[in-house]
Design a protein around this ligand. Structure first.
Ligand code: HEM
Length: 319
């Protein structure tokens, strides 16, 4: 069988953009941790009304760097889209992934602008900010999902990968999104209402006097442990159908639970929470990648199963 050539330029560009995207995400979290979200005042996309601000304090520098790196990412995604639409010999699904990644980059920028213009930054702890936070995170995860789609699809010119995950893959993906939203609430809550020690933190979680965002943060560690159980169960089911599935996901989630527990016990030091967020993104990429590569095969095998046909005999080889 001839090896797949794919599209090397699209692969290189999208993989580089994926790395840049992770850097932008981590730096964005740092903007939140350092409460620098209002470092450019209320102007957007300019910073204090200027392209290059002159009065540069540390908060301005932090927020400005985030804007510049996300701007470079946005330009890169635009270049990728133009290349895929007009120059790549690979069409169809690669186009769909690239268009979706582009659209979610635009909405990411609009949400970022909305956060600044509506003052959902720095010390703001209103209920409205919780919705913005959840929306922002959901958008970021979908952007990563479709960007991984571009990376993977540009590797294969003969196999059409799945744009929409099959049901079996949708369950852990949705569970992850809910867990991550709860995590970012916990993170914001810890930044705005830090606890002096674990006991005081737990008492604040349970007190009706505490702000909603503090009372909700206890949900995340509980959901994190449940998610680990769900992933083990799901992985076992999956290996029955796709023998040879890597155990990497299980290890990653196991380590993530330990890092999460350490973050909690040490009252969220900067390095621990950045590592926790980084691992969460890697887990998402791993889940998204498996869903994109295996969903089509999953659907075809189920379809063949309902017809009582042998999937291999029906031409659905395990390629
Ligand atoms: C198993 C899968 C887990 C995933 C995928 C996950 C994911 C996340 C995410 C995405 C955030 C938000 C980070 C941010 O916005 O900066 C977060 C925050 C957090 N997570 Fe987890 N988490 C998991 C398990 C746990 C567990 C088991 C614990 C504790 C026992 C935990 C403790 C925390 C804490 C304390 C924060 C807030 C950190 C801060 O102050 O910024 N996590 N998590």
């Amino acid at each position: 069988m001839r090896a797949e050539k794919g599209d090397r330029f699209a692969l290189l560009l999208s993989a580089s953009l994926l790395v840049l995207c992770l850097v932008v995400i981590l730096w964005g979290a740092f903007v939140r941790f350092s409460r620098s979200g209002d470092g450019c005042g209320e102007s957007w996309p300019l910073c204090h009304g200027e392209i290059l601000p002159e009065q540069v304090g540390i908060a301005t520098w932090i927020e400005y760097t985030h804007r510049v790196t996300s701007g470079i990412f946005g330009i890169g995604i635009g270049v990728l889209l133009i290349y895929v639409l007009f120059f790549s010999r690979m069409k169809l699904q690669l186009r769909n992934f690239a268009i979706a990644a582009f659209l979610f980059t635009i909405s990411e920028a609009l949400i970022g602008a909305g956060l600044v213009l509506r003052g959902m930054v720095a010390e703001n702890d209103t209920v409205e900010r919780i919705f913005w936070l959840a929306g922002h995170l959901l958008n970021t995860l979908l952007l990563l999902y479709f960007l991984v789609g571009v990376v993977l699809q540009s590797k294969y010119d003969k196999r059409k990968l799945s744009f929409i995950p099959s049901r079996q893959f949708a369950i852990p993906l949705v569970a992850f999104i809910l867990l991550a939203i709860a995590g970012s609430l916990a993170s914001l809550s810890n930044t705005l209402h830090p606890s002096s020690d674990l006991g005081a933190g737990l008492a604040a979680d349970l007190s009706l006097e505490s702000p909603l965002i503090v009372r909700l943060r206890v949900l995340h560690p509980i959901c994190g442990v449940l998610f680990f159980g769900l992933v083990i169960y799901w992985w076992k089911l999956l290996t029955l159908r796709f023998p040879g599935m890597t155990e990497r996901l299980l290890w990653l989630v196991g380590v993530e639970v330990l890092v999460g527990a350490t973050t909690l016990l040490m009252l969220s030091p900067l390095t621990a929470k950045l590592l926790h967020l980084f691992l969460a993104d890697i887990i998402w990429l791993q889940l998204a990648g498996s869903a994109i590569v295996l969903s089509e095969r999953d659907r075809l095998e189920r379809f063949a199963g309902t017809l009582g046909t042998d999937p291999v005999g029906a031409g659905l080889s395990r390629g």
